[in-house]
Design a protein around this ligand. Structure first.
Ligand code: AKB
Length: 318
């Protein structure tokens, strides 16, 4: 029977992935674990453990009979630049723990998220291919690129079934983002609803690949559920949703908040964004395991506005 552990379950992706996995496989079959309490109330088991605590992780694997791990704990691009040594330690040590558990036969399958951050200024900017020059300039990107190579190595050398996706910027309403360069595309909704204005930390014209969270969650579970012979890449699969620049999402948000005032004050995150692709070629994921996005920019903005307006509305007293 499938018994899943999600490490880093209280973060932006973890919060929604735990929900998605529990809907599909049952509350009791999905164990959540993090060093932070969950952002929202959850139905199934939750354990407080550090992703770098090998014994702690192993104890959960044994106690719950875990056979699949989704490892999401990581420092993202902007936060990682503030403490590169710790970012490297967290992003790599946690990966080695689960790869080793899988090598020792204690896990059947591992999911590890990669990112468009594996690409750098020398990569093609548009329709960036699955296999191309990847010379990242951030510690986050370096850790993701190295991690991808370790995943491929453990698969080739030890037969570990490890699967990965290179996420673009992810946009969702159920959980708060934490420390990414693409997070402005979530903050803009909160600020537009709360105060009708937003000061963006990226400049006009900074086009980046993005995706609505339900598409990302579906892709993640679909890749993990794909028959093994369809998984041809053991580095991260390129995945595309849609691309936009800050002024383009602002125009879409203005359909719902016409008075929105948008200001631009680029900070250190601009250099990170400038080093990343504008758009991604995800034909390998489409061909190998049937990936296809369901949301475009307009559909994402409409759903974000509807859901966040409800979530952020003052709660009526009973
Ligand atoms: C970030 O901005 O760091 C992340 C990512 C693209 O991996 N959202």
């Amino acid at each position: 029977m499938k018994k899943i552990l999600v490490i880093g379950s209280s973060g932006q992706i973890g919060t929604e992935l735990v929900d998605g996995l529990r809907v599909r496989f049952g509350d009791a079959n999905v164990v959540a674990c993090d060093i932070k309490e969950p952002q929202v109330e959850q139905a199934g088991p939750f354990v407080m453990v550090n992703a770098m605590d090998r014994r702690g992780i192993e104890r959960i694997v044994e106690k719950y009979g875990i056979n699949e791990v989704y490892l999401l704990a990581a420092l993202l691009s902007a936060t990682a630049e503030k403490d590169p040594a710790f970012a490297w330690q967290l992003n790599m040590e946690s990966l080695f723990i689960v790869l080793e558990l899988a090598r020792e036969g204690k896990l059947k399958k591992v999911y590890w998220p990669s990112s468009i951050a594996v690409f750098g200024p020398t990569s093609p900017k548009d329709a960036t291919p699955q296999h191309t020059i990847a010379e990242p300039t951030t510690v986050y990107g370096i850790s993701k690129q190295a991690g991808e190579q370790w995943c491929a190595y453990y698969h080739k050398r030890y037969g570990v079934d490890v699967r990965s996706i290179r996420y673009p910027g992810l946009i969702g309403w159920k959980s708060a983002p934490g420390g990414g360069t693409t997070d402005y595309a979530v903050h803009i909704f909160h600020e537009a609803i709360k105060q009708g204005s937003y000061t963006c930390f990226l400049d006009r014209g900074t086009t980046l690949p993005m995706m609505y969270m339900p598409d990302a969650i579906r892709a993640t579970i679909d890749l993990m559920e794909a028959p093994i012979e369809q998984v041809k890449e053991r580095i991260g699969y390129n995945l595309a949703g849609f691309s936009f620049a800050p002024e383009e999402i602002a125009e879409e948000v203005k359909r719902h908040v016409p008075e929105l005032v948008m200001k631009y004050e680029p900070d250190a995150r601009q250099a990170i964004a400038n080093s990343w692709p504008r758009s991604i070629d995800d034909s390998a994921a489409r061909k190998d395991w049937g990936w296809k996005p369901q949301y475009d920019l307009k559909a994402m903005v409409d759903e974000m506005m509807t859901n966040l307006r409800r979530e952020l509305a003052p709660k009526k007293r009973p």
